[in-house]
Unconditional design. Structure first.
Length: 444
């Protein structure tokens, strides 16, 4: 690892490029401008493209006929650092400890996208050019939903024509285990408000005569699942594409104890989920209904004897092929309305949604990626799906008409979005090797 690579990484991390908070808007813009200078310095034509929000950094080499065109995507914005008191070192002052760099954004996504930039830099230094027509698209709003990326892609569709997209914003199944994620779950949100009396009531005077909205909401939410962890909404599983036999066999051979790892990472006392499926199958390829937040009534110290006027809950559903967000939300609305206890009313408000993604890891680009990862890591790639959602993969498919290779470099313990986020230098260096190998294989 060259010393100046580490200095580049530290400089990149020192920008508190928090996209969700207007107080950091200047820092976000400064970070984007630093990227433009870095990409220009390595020999690419780079520019800052304004959007209705934070700018997109767009860089490319000289395109030549007859070559494959590859778009590498990443993001330079980061999550807020809160809660600050849980950080062992200042979140925007990178610290190297035992081979890991600790800072907000180290894994998500600055370390991963910088590995690609440095891989391209090395190739240009050694060979004067990269073997493909190349685009870098690095946005500043991924952590707030990529609200303006679709417009950028649409407005520049012709100029951005490519054969495949490469993204490193996902994870590796274990250290030194190259991983291709060929599937992602989608997401759909729904917010509930259950209302009873027009004001909070004295529980001694009215208790037993007026329905309690908090109790009603608890009973209502309990109808979402049966005791075996299956989702009890009628029709919820109707369109779910079953796992293929090759997937189930392959995942059985993954050299980790998934149950033990999940218990270790989460600190949960036991695992729970839909019966009939393994832990990996449940988190990678089965849909869920989750209660993300619940509240109502008195929340202060001590006791306040009231029947609350209302109670609320926030739900999200993780979706798998071939579920559609709007249909799942509609089924959930009907189920909740049908099971609403007497004495209360309900308001339901839809929220954000994003589609699932599934691509063929055995296609020509998937095979090229597998060969590249074997070159970079000297080990066969593991093929997985992931439980999270990356809606931009569908934008690349729907707007540019291309598939995405998700080649992650994060480890389960990298703590993306959490205090003490970190990135191993071993993976930073491997990402540089991976970039060079991927572009070579895609060129062929």
């Amino acid at each position: 690892m060259r010393e100046n690579y580490l200095e580049d990484f530290y400089t990149f991390l020192r920008f508190p490029s928090v996209s969700t908070d207007d107080a950091f808007a200047k820092n976000v813009n400064e970070c984007a401008n630093w990227l433009v200078k870095k990409l220009t310095a390595i020999g690419l034509k780079a520019e800052l493209v304004p959007t209705a929000g934070h700018p997109v950094v767009w860089a490319r080499n000289e395109h030549k006929k007859g070559r494959q065109t590859v778009l590498i995507y990443g993001h330079y914005d980061v999550q807020p650092a809160d809660p600050l008191e849980l950080w062992e070192s200042p979140p925007f002052e990178p610290v190297l400890k035992d081979g890991f760099v600790f800072a907000r954004g180290a894994t998500d996504n600055k370390g991963q996208i910088l590995s690609h930039i440095l891989g391209v830099q090395e190739t240009i230094e050694q060979q004067s050019e990269v073997p493909v027509n190349l685009h870098f698209v690095i946005e500043g709003e991924e952590e707030i939903g990529s609200g303006n990326l679709g417009n950028f892609l649409s407005q520049n569709r012709e100029a951005l024509k490519c054969d495949v997209v490469v993204v490193s914003d996902t994870g590796m199944i274990a250290p030194r285990t190259p991983t291709i994620s060929y599937g992602l779950r989608g997401v759909a949100a729904l917010e509930l408000k259950v209302t009873g009396p027009k004001i909070d009531l004295h529980s001694g005077i009215y208790g037993g005569a007026v329905a309690n909205p908090a109790a009603a909401l608890a009973r209502l939410l309990a109808t979402l699942h049966d005791t075996d962890g299956h989702i009890a909404i009628p029709g919820f599983y109707d369109d779910v594409a079953p796992l293929q036999d090759w997937e189930r066999e392959m995942w059985k051979k993954i050299p980790i104890d998934a149950d033990a790892e999940v218990l270790k990472e989460t600190g949960a006392p036991a695992l729970f989920g839909e019966k009939g499926f393994t832990t990996l199958e449940r988190i990678w390829a089965r849909p869920t209904a989750e209660i993300n937040g619940i509240g109502g009534g008195y929340q202060g110290q001590g006791t306040k004897t009231v029947i609350p006027s209302f109670a609320m809950a926030k739900l999200t559903f993780r979706l798998v092929p071939n579920q559609k967000a709007e249909e799942i939300v509609d089924l959930a609305r009907k189920h909740l309305q049908k099971n609403l206890p007497l004495g209360v009313t309900i308001e339901m408000t839809g929220g954000h949604n994003g589609p699932w993604y599934l691509t063929d890891p055995h296609g020509k680009f998937g095979q090229a990626a597998q060969r590249a990862l074997k070159k970079a890591f000297n080990k066969d790639a593991t093929l997985i799906r992931e439980g999270g959602s990356i809606p931009i993969t569908s934008d690349f498919r729907n707007i540019l008409g291309v598939e995405t290779l998700l080649l992650g470099l994060a480890l389960p313990g990298c703590r993306a979005h959490s205090p003490n986020e970190n990135f191993p230098l071993e993976n930073f260096d491997a990402g540089i090797r991976m970039n060079k190998a991927v572009l070579e294989e895609l060129a062929a």
